[in-house]
Each structure stands twice: as structure tokens, then as C-alpha cells.
Design a protein around this ligand. Structure first.
Ligand SMILES: [Zn+2]
Length: 251
């Protein structure tokens, strides 16, 4: 048993027995972790923002590799991120990023993913409400890329030909990229016109286009990609929640 310390973001909290909690953190140095916090009241009284979702701070743990539940000794809160609770759009956007982190294997550290998650949550706390969707998409695709999955957008995944100017292609989720007009005869997957393809390219690089068109369709496409390549077929439920919050006429 070692005492270790790492920054971490709180993703989930469950009550455990009378006064304790099981907390799931995505940590910088140890990846996804489940920890037991004994004496919930005492933890909250310390200003640890007990179960406030997406709170970030430094955890001190009694750690044993391979153990399912580590023991939390202390948590020094650095960012409470109460602003994420100020609007359902912000909260569901943050939940999209949190849910992707929860899909990761326990104990697999990815410090760049941790930083991307942390910066994404910070951005969603303050971004203008009409910019939440492009921001979520840019942050989500960045995290997907940090996990090693970059969709192919500059050439057809079947024949290798770059799309012609103005060509409408299909996004082949299973193949992980675009399929050109000639190859996509029998292919499934959403159509991507030149603008949609360019905007998707920006999102994958972590850039939120100033006037994103088809936000709903982009959320659906990102969801299908993540479910197929990273979620074992399971969609990120919070992407559906976020889509459901958008007005019918959302661009
Ligand atoms: Zn082709």
C-alpha cells in the first residue's frame, strides 16, 4: 500500500453505507479510478464540494495497484465548477466529456486526455450558451483524437481518392472516415457536403467553427463514431440528452 497523490476530476458519486461515498475520478496520473471516501459529511465539511460533479482537485489516496476501490485520504479542491450547473446545456455538455472519460479502462493513465478533459470542462463553464454545441463537439473530437482515433476526412477510406471540390461524400462510421461518391453506392452513414466535411475537419482539430451548420447532425455523427470505436457499441447517453435540449429549429 502506497500513499499517492494526483490531480483528478470527479465524474460520479454514489452513496455507500451510511456516511460514505464511492467516487469515480478521472485522474492525471492513474487514469479512471473508483475511490471510497469514508465519512461523507466530514469530507463535505472540509470544503471538498463532496459530490459536486466535475469538481477538480488533488487527491491523496491509499493506493494498491489492481484493487477495485482505492481509499481517499484527502481531497484538496481546486475548481468547484459550479457554473456547469447553471444551465442544462452546460451540464449535459460537460456530461458528454465526463461520460467519454468513464468509458476508459480503469487505471490507464493518459495525462493529455486528463488535460483535455479539464480544459474542456473549464471552457463549457463559461462559453456563451449558443456556442455550447460547437464547443462540446470540438472538445469531444479532441479527446477522441487523444485516444488514438482520428477519422479520415481527406481521402476516401475505400479507394484513397481525395474528394473533388464540391463533392458530397458519406461518412462511413465503421471504416472511420469518408467514402467517396463512387465508392459509397451501397454505403450507409450520413452524407457530408463540402461545408459539413470542412466543419467536421475543424472540430476534429479541436476548433469550434464560428457558424456551425447542422449541430444536431454533428452530435449524432460524433455519437455514432464514439459508440462504434470507443464505447463497445454503447452510445454516450448525454449526447442524446444534449440533442434533446436543442430547439427543433437549431441550425
Ligand atoms: Zn472511393
Amino acid at each position: 500500500m502506497a500513499v499517492v497523490s494526483t490531480p483528478g476530476v470527479l465524474l460520479r458519486a454514489y452513496p455507500f453505507r451510511d456516511t460514505s461515498q464511492v467516487l469515480r475520478f478521472y485522474t492525471r496520473d492513474l487514469g479512471l479510478l473508483s475511490v471510497l471516501a469514508k465519512g461523507r459529511r466530514r469530507l463535505e465539511a472540509k470544503g471538498a464540494a463532496g459530490s459536486s460533479p466535475f469538481a477538480e482537485g488533488v487527491l491523496v489516496l491509499s493506493f494498491r495497484r489492481g484493487r477495485e476501490l482505492q481509499t481517499l485520504r484527502d481531497f484538496a479542491l481546486e475548481r468547484a465548477r459550479f457554473g456547469l450547473g447553471s444551465h442544462p446545456l452546460r451540464l449535459s455538455g460537460a456530461s458528454v466529456l465526463g461520460e467519454l472519460a468513464l468509458h476508459q479502462g480503469e487505471g490507464e493513465a493518459n495525462p493529455l486526455f486528463f488535460r483535455g478533459l479539464s480544459e474542456g470542462l473549464d471552457a463549457l463553464e463559461t462559453v456563451a450558451l449558443d456556442r455550447v454545441v460547437p464547443e462540446v463537439l470540438a472538445r469531444l473530437w479532441s479527446l477522441v483524437r487523444l485516444l488514438g482515433y482520428r477519422p479520415v476526412l481527406d481521402r476516401c477510406v475505400r479507394c484513397g481518392r481525395p474528394p473533388a471540390m464540391g463533392e458530397t461524400v458519406r461518412f462511413d462510421v465503421a471504416e472511420g472516415g469518408i467514402s467517396c461518391h463512387s465508392c459509397s453506392g451501397s454505403a450507409q452513414g450520413p452524407r457530408l457536403g463540402p461545408v459539413a466535411r470542412e466543419q467536421l475537419g475543424a472540430l476534429v482539430e479541436g476548433v469550434a467553427p464560428t457558424a456551425l451548420l447542422g449541430g444536431r447532425a454533428h452530435l449524432r455523427l460524433a455519437g455514432e463514431f464514439v459508440a462504434f470505436h470507443l464505447g463497445g457499441g454503447l452510445p454516450l447517453r448525454s449526447l442524446g440528452v444534449l440533442r434533446g435540449l436543442l430547439p427543433e429549429d437549431h441550425p
